[in-house]
Every structure is written in structure tokens, then in C-alpha cells.
Design a binder for this molecule. Sequence first.
Ligand SMILES: Nc1ncnc2c1ncn2[C@@H]1O[C@H](COP(=O)(O)OP(=O)(O)O)[C@@H](O)[C@H]1O
Ligand SMILES: [Mg+2]
Length: 251
Amino acid sequence: MLRFEGVSFRYPEDELGMVENLSFQVADGEFVAIIGASGCGKSTVFRLINGLERPDGGKILVDEKPIETIKNYSAFMPQKDLLFPWRSVEKNVSLPMELGKVPMGEQEKRAALVLEQVGLADYAKKYPKDLSGGMKQRVSFARTLLSGADMLLLDEPFSALDYLTRVEMQEWLLAQWAHYHKTILFITHDVEEAIFLAKRIYIIQDARPFTQMESIEVPLGYPRNREALKQGEIVELKESLIGKLRRSVSL
Ligand SMILES: Nc1ncnc2c1ncn2[C@@H]1O[C@H](COP(=O)(O)OP(=O)(O)O)[C@@H](O)[C@H]1O
Ligand SMILES: [Mg+2]
């Protein structure tokens, strides 16, 4: 479980703070989306979670332990795939294991397994240039998985993909989540994407610095399909979230 307890943070070169006295939590195995206007601080929350930035005040706990005292609890996947063009797909996927000094034979075994699971077994020996955008993001996801962390931080991972690929990747991601039982935090500016994927949505509405995220349950179970997005209740939820975001932008 992840818990923010009264966390405050300001970039030293910024006049305005990013977050102030922010508290929220995410349970093990949850799929939570975070939405908010561009520039409101979503990525900064991820930087705080994975320890790239230290809070000026408050505590960030994972399983009640301060994150400064633990390692490898979270893995980050960015919007752009950041694959190394000179490494094959399997070698790209193996990178976190290489850094973690996992024995070679074991690396190969785990890479083959995960590539099978993400539907890329036939691409192990190919290079990033041979892959479509959606495939590259699957490789990137596989690499994130192989870091061994239980909490995955996905920062707008599908936003650069065309619409149909994005829709396929959303379905694919839910299947991966069902298979691996990881905790997923997913930043998006796409309200429909948040609703389709998440069990719960955190919405950031305050002007900077923000002090709270409103938690909204998505009234759908799993497995899900896109038909569910047509339900009246879901259409209303979508409109209400768009309304909240628009009000926050006009602040
Ligand atoms: N490394 C940084 N150093 C200084 N300021 C930053 C840094 N990263 C982000 N910011 C500031 O914080 C703002 C919001 O950041 P970010 O968390 O990336 O927002 P979001 O992901 O919601 O778009 C940026 O517009 C910028 O002004
Ligand atoms: Mg961002």
C-alpha cells in the first residue's frame, strides 16, 4: 500500500509550490488513474513516489515504511518508450535485470516469458525500429514489469499512439493487470481512458499548489469491455469529470 501523509513539495527554482499537505492512498493491486490539467503536477507526484524528488514536508510510505528506507518498490514507464535502438527487444527488456545483476540464463528465461505474455514472443530478436508504436510501448511495459517492482507508475503511456492502437492497448493493459496483479497508477489526460481502465480516479482540480485529489469510484467491475462505456451512468460520469477538469483549467 502507498500512502502520502501531508506531503509538501516545491521545485527550488519555482515560486509556486506543486503540492501542499497532500494525503492520499492506494491499496495493493489497485488500478488508479490520475487526471488533471496539463502542468498541474501529475508527473511530479510520480517523481515523488519513485524518489526522484524529496518532499519538503510530510511522509511517503509504502507498506508503512518510509520510501527512503526501501528499494525497488516502484517502476516508472514514460510516455515515450525510451528503448535503446542498438539493443534487440529481448536485450531492452533485460536491462533492469542486467542492472540488478540477475544471472544471464535467468535473464533470458524471464525475458522470454514476459515477451510471450505481452504478445511479442516473435519479436525477441528484432530491434525497436522494426516495431510499431503500440509494440514499442508493450516492450517498454515488459521492461517495467521486469524491474520486479510491485507498483507500476505509468505516465501517459499511450498518449502518443493513434486512437485505435490506444484502444487496443487499453484492453491489452487490463489483461496484463489481471495476469500480474500489480498495483498500477496511471496518469492520463483522457477521461474516457481513465474510466475504462481504473477502479478509482483521482482528479486534481486545485490551482497550484494542490492540496487534495478527489477520489471517484468507477462503477464498473472487471473484466470490462468498451460496451460498458455506453451505459448512462458512465456517460454521466464522463461528462461530470470533463466539467470538473474544465472548471479547474479556468481557475
Ligand atoms: N524538474 C523541474 N524543475 C522545475 N520545475 C519543474 C520541473 N518539472 C516540472 N516543473 C514545473 O512544474 C509544472 C508541472 O509539472 P508536472 O508535474 O510535469 O505537471 P503535469 O505532469 O501535470 O503536466 C511544470 O509546468 C513546471 O513549471
Ligand atoms: Mg506530466
